[in-house]
Design a protein around this ligand. Structure first.
Ligand code: GLC
Ligand code: CA
Length: 541
């Protein structure tokens, strides 16, 4: 397999609204991001995945775009964006843009035109359908944000499709003129020197709504090959598709190099492990480490040469993993470092979500008025109407709600964590006087420096990027594997639990690479691992 820069870097995701507010209006912005590039350079990352900064009425915080080639005024200007890209470039950091092309905002000029009537030239850029025989919705497709995926348009007597909010009408990818406009838009961003695209719910663009098909439609890969050819194919860009429900077989269709589609996909199989099998994400069940180990191993071994993994615990849609499966109280530092070591030592490109590197935690709410996220708010009303108790719904929100990840970045101990001088658009987590970047930078033992070291090791040690993965047989709560490369062998050991665990292998330690306790590691035979203990050693086989 040909080698690419995007296999060697670590990517850092910025959710701009919550990163850094430079002008005191309570909303993060582009100038705030530019101010913090030095911090990111210190961390060592090689690329930023930037959640949307385009013009948007913010029904879904920028994932509802009304102009792909304009910057949201709250965030700044196109000149500031170009400056940000150039400043990042000086620090060898590439900017990967979020590409949200399954849908637009209902305020996008195309949709405004499309609504004017059935014979408008833009009508077919979107998905319209006549009412069912009884006058109701065309079929049973549901929106990811509660309720039906069809919205009535009285003026034309048809429904339009929105797989997300009704302010996010779905684009019709069958329309070849629409596709060409998207490619032209992508090329104008490529011309600005960006590092690639993260493709929002890209598995949905092949949808055939009349047959009830949404994900993995028949022409999905044809469209992606066409896009590759028309846009980024001539450049070595990082392209990563968001593909809920992907199996390794499906992932290979996107990322096998000879198919000329994407660099990699985000798969979410591990993310579903604390959800009841037949339920929604809000229906909770405990995660079992043995299952996590099985799924991580499956992805590490099954892609083979036909693809490349993305490695992540967090993003702007997920609760913070440290609070979710780690221990954000007694073992906050140890479990955060364990999660970092376990993930960054696997094969694939690691992604860090803002605040993960300083061990930020979930932020429980006690009333729905504290929620900002459309998905959470809609679900709350839907479940109340279905008879769920308020306490039960809040428990689901506090465990899984997206606002957990969207609390402002905690920079220092000053008012509002140094995020803003005004009232933040969403409440801070109250622990910012203790958990913040300034404190982390001042403490040589902080979670930050574990991430920094892992990133540096990745640049120095090809085994971390290219080594083969081999699972080690252990008790359920321990995840352990080897990486092997050109005669070298590393052993990774992670205790994924609050309890001491037994671990034993025959290998001899040649060198300690990294660990989350300050222990003298000598013998790998019959060890008792401490809670959340993790280490990496080079071994003589
Ligand atoms: C993706 C985004 C999410 C957004 C949705 C609709 O899942 O990550 O934040 O709400 O797509 O665009
Ligand atoms: Ca601002």
């Amino acid at each position: 397999m040909e080698k690419h820069w995007w296999q060697e870097v670590v990517v850092y995701q910025i959710y701009p609204r919550s990163f850094r507010d430079s002008n005191g209006d309570g909303i993060g912005d582009i100038t705030g991001m530019t101010e913090k590039l030095e911090y990111l350079e210190k961390l060592g990352i090689g690329a930023i995945w930037l959640s949307p900064v385009y013009q948007s009425p913010n029904d879904d915080n920028g994932y509802d775009i009304s102009d792909y080639e304009a910057i949201l005024a709250e965030f700044g200007t196109m000149a500031e964006m170009e400056h940000f890209i150039a400043e990042a470039d000086k620090r060898h950091i590439k900017v990967v843009m979020d590409l949200v092309v399954n849908h637009t905002s209902d305020e996008h000029a195309w949709f405004v035109e499309a609504k004017k009537g059935k014979d408008n030239p833009y009508r077919d850029y979107y998905v319209w359908a006549d009412p069912a025989a009884d006058g109701g919705v065309p079929n049973g497709l549901g929106s990811a944000f509660s309720g039906p995926a069809w919205e009535w348009d009285a003026a034309s007597g048809q429904y339009y499709l929105h797989l997300f909010s009704k302010k996010q009408p779905d684009l019709n990818w069958q329309n070849q003129k629409m596709r060409q406009e998207i490619y032209a838009m992508m090329n104008s961003w490529i011309a600005k020197g960006i590092g690639g695209f993260r493709m929002d719910v890209i598995d949905l663009i092949g949808k055939i709504p009349e047959k009830g098909i949404t994900g993995n439609g028949p022409q999905l890969h044809e469209f992606l090959q066409e896009m590759h050819h028309a846009t980024f194919g001539a450049h070595d860009l990082l392209t990563v598709g968001e593909t809920w429900g992907a199996t390794p077989e499906i992932a290979k269709l996107y990322s096998a190099p000879e198919r000329k589609e994407l660099s990699m996909v985000f798969q979410f199989e591990h993310i579903g492990l604390d959800q009841k099998p037949d339920g929604e994400k809000w229906d909770l069940q405990p995660m079992r480490v043995a299952e996590l180990k099985r799924i991580l191993t499956k992805w590490q071994t099954e892609l083979g040469q036909d693809g490349w993994n993305s490695l992540f615990w967090n993003n702007h849609d997920l609760p913070r993993m440290l609070s979710r499966w780690g221990n954000d109280q007694t073992y906050r530092s140890q479990s955060a470092k364990m999660l970092a070591i376990l993930l960054h030592m696997m094969k694939g490109t690691p992604y860090i979500y803002q605040g993960e590197e300083i061990g930020m935690t979930n932020t429980p709410i006690t009333t729905i008025s504290e929620a900002r996220d459309i998905e959470t708010i809609n679900m709350y009303h839907e479940r109340l109407a279905k008879g769920y108790s308020e306490a039960e719904i809040l428990a689901s929100i506090n465990a899984k709600g997206r606002d957990n990840a969207r609390r402002p970045m905690q920079w220092d101990a000053s008012l509002n964590g140094g995020f803003t001088t005004d009232t933040p658009w969403i409440g801070m987590n109250e622990n910012y006087p203790v958990i913040n970047a300034e404190a982390a930078l001042a403490d040589p033992n902080s979670i930050f420096y574990t991430y920094q070291k892992l990133i540096r090791l990745r640049k120095e040690q090809p085994i971390m990027v290219w080594g083969e993965f081999k699972l080690v047989d252990t008790v359920d709560e321990v995840i352990s594997y080897y990486r092997e490369y050109e005669g070298e062998r590393w052993l990774i050991v992670a205790n994924f639990s609050d309890d001491a665990q037994l671990f034993s292998v025959e290998d001899e330690i040649a060198e300690v690479i990294i660990q989350n306790y300050e222990l003298e590691l000598t013998d790998l035979k019959d060890m008792t691992l401490k809670p959340w203990q993790a280490f990496v050693v080079k071994v003589t086989a």
